[in-house]
Design a protein around this ligand. Sequence first.
Ligand SMILES: [Mg+2]
Length: 151
Amino acid sequence: MFAMDVDGILTDGTVTLHSDGTEGKTFSVLDGMGLGRCRDAGIVLAWISGRTSGATEIRAGELKIPHVIQGRTDKLVALKELAGQLGLPAREICYMGDDDIDAPALQWAGIGATVSTAMPAAGAAADYVAQRPAGRGAVREVCDHILAASR
Ligand SMILES: [Mg+2]
């Protein structure tokens, strides 16, 4: 399973608030392509976000992400719950996150991945730091490594 945080991983961590109360986020087509290929290769995909966002829901729907958990800042608890439901051990899970609340999940997962803009605790807990920026290919980079390793 490849599980990931949303803000700061699938996006650059910014949220655009419109005066009508709606919000916007920018997602990468490169990341979308990588996630689609992982999905087609049979890798379980999950998004675990601390915030609850309609934009995230729409993008997850477009990419057919099977497990979308929003409004959970206890990332490790949420990840372990999902892993338990799916019968997946930590060693078969890659988790990607950028904030200090992601650090326990990064440590627990078999592989923890992050971005160069991660907060220090996440950076310290991660095994791999993507060269491409958050929201602009960082997830694609990890997808490509997972696909290459699973061939
Ligand atoms: Mg984040």
